[in-house]
Design a protein. Structure first.
Length: 142
């Protein structure tokens, strides 16, 4: 796919969640977000996808060992706990209240985030390849 065509496909008014497509925990998190996003706020791209690679170049983040979720919103890229809390803010119901933890210093929040991220494969496993979204969910993936 050409750079120009891919760039035009990445233009969206939705927030974009870039995630580790082979991580079971990350895939479960994406499914959770979709289930609790009745306002259709989010689109998704796996790090390992062409869209994920294009976004990493455009927003200057690297995924040599993807231990973070990236949220692209309003032309800015957020990572780790900040991304997770900004995602929670837009979810349905009580989950939006998790955003109140944004007032905890970023270093403290990210310490716990990194602990979970470093152990996610050990605790939840990983796939040999990225998940293939169902027909109903394909429109949510870049």
């Amino acid at each position: 796919m050409s750079q120009t065509k891919m760039d035009s496909e990445l233009i969206t008014d939705k927030s974009i969640v870039v995630f580790d497509g082979v991580c079971n925990f990350c895939n479960a998190s994406v499914n959770f977000i979709i289930k609790n996003d009745s306002k259709d706020n989010f689109r998704f791209a796996a790090y390992q996808s062409e869209a994920g690679e294009m976004l990493s170049k455009k927003y200057n983040f690297k995924f040599d060992d993807p231990e973070t979720i990236i949220l692209i919103e309003g032309g800015k890229a957020y990572e780790k706990s900040t991304a997770a809390l900004r995602i929670a803010k837009k979810l349905d119901g009580i989950y939006s209240l998790l955003y109140s933890y944004i007032f905890i210093p970023k270093g403290v929040r990210d310490y716990f985030y990194k602990f979970i991220a470093k152990n996610r494969y050990k605790w939840f496993g990983k796939k040999d390849s990225c998940m293939i979204p169902s027909k109903e969910m394909r429109a949510k993936f870049l």
